[in-house]
Ligand binder design. Structure first.
Ligand SMILES: Cc1cc2nc3c(=O)[nH]c(=O)nc-3n(C[C@H](O)[C@H](O)[C@H](O)COP(=O)(O)O)c2cc1C
Length: 223
């Protein structure tokens, strides 16, 4: 698989097979992704990979937690700006429509959408979970480094035949995850990620998120 194939085939998978993932493969990928660049070579990412009985424990905790606290816990960062202007708001709306359209859940059925969204907290059935935390002292440049690490990791997963879904939904349960992972006080949770083999039959995997056309985000000058 070349880089273009890895980039083109990476997508957010929201339905996984229970097929286990080899721990050696995970170790290899997590280590290789450490070649991602970071400003000043700070390598500000901290990664927890969770599987097996430990993941079953977390899934059980979350099955209860989403019922007890469906709106989550006090958050440590804003997932989106409070006012999301166009075109970003439109892109967000569209991907939601496309996803729930593929699932056959109409916009009016808020309850069904909410129930489906809660599958995030079971990692969409994935056998492996990953969390990314960062020192609280780090700012936007280092947070962008986290993205570089995570995308590198997701591409390397493709090379191993694996799929993923990055999940910032975990940011609304920082207390639960902080306690579960024993995240040191000086660090905070950025996001989680579901990892495994895609269930191609799952309706949630039967749409491709659109992208803005080139001219919407690029200006070429002198090229
Ligand atoms: C940092 C980050 C957090 C995300 N959080 C979630 C999430 O909590 N749940 C989810 O279903 N998708 C999540 N996504 C997936 C995005 O919705 C997805 O990347 C986007 O719609 C583009 O689709 P694609 O990844 O399939 O190309 C997240 C993506 C990123 C990069």
């Amino acid at each position: 698989m070349n880089v273009s194939e890895a980039v083109a085939s990476r997508r957010s998978v929201r339905g996984f097979l229970p097929t286990p993932v080899d721990g050696e493969v995970l170790r290899r990928v997590v280590e290789k992704a450490g070649r991602a660049p970071s400003g000043g070579n700070l390598q500000p990412w901290h990664i927890d990979v969770v599987g097996g009985a430990k993941l079953d424990e977390l899934k059980a905790i979350m099955a209860t937690r989403v019922m007890e606290a469906p709106r989550g816990e006090p958050t440590e960062y804003d997932i989106y700006p409070k006012e999301l202007p166009s075109p970003y708001r439109d892109y967000r709306f569209q991907v939601g429509e496309d996803l729930y359209g593929a699932l056959g859940i109409p916009r009016e059925d808020k309850m069904a959408r909410m129930m489906w969204f809660a599958r995030n907290y079971q990692f969409f059935g994935a056998p492996v979970a990953l969390f990314c935390t960062v020192a609280r002292t780090m700012g936007p440049p280092q947070w962008s480094d986290l993205g570089m690490y995570l995308q590198t990791l997701m591409l390397l997963l493709r090379e191993e035949g694996l799929d993923s879904c990055p999940q910032e939904c975990w940011a609304i349960y920082p207390e639960t995850i902080g306690k579960f992972l024993e995240v040191p006080e000086g660090r905070m949770l950025f996001c989680g990620m579901a990892i495994g083999f895609a269930d191609e039959g799952d309706k949630a995997n039967q749409f491709a998120a659109r992208r803005a056309p080139l001219e919407a985000f690029v200006r070429f000058q002198g090229v």
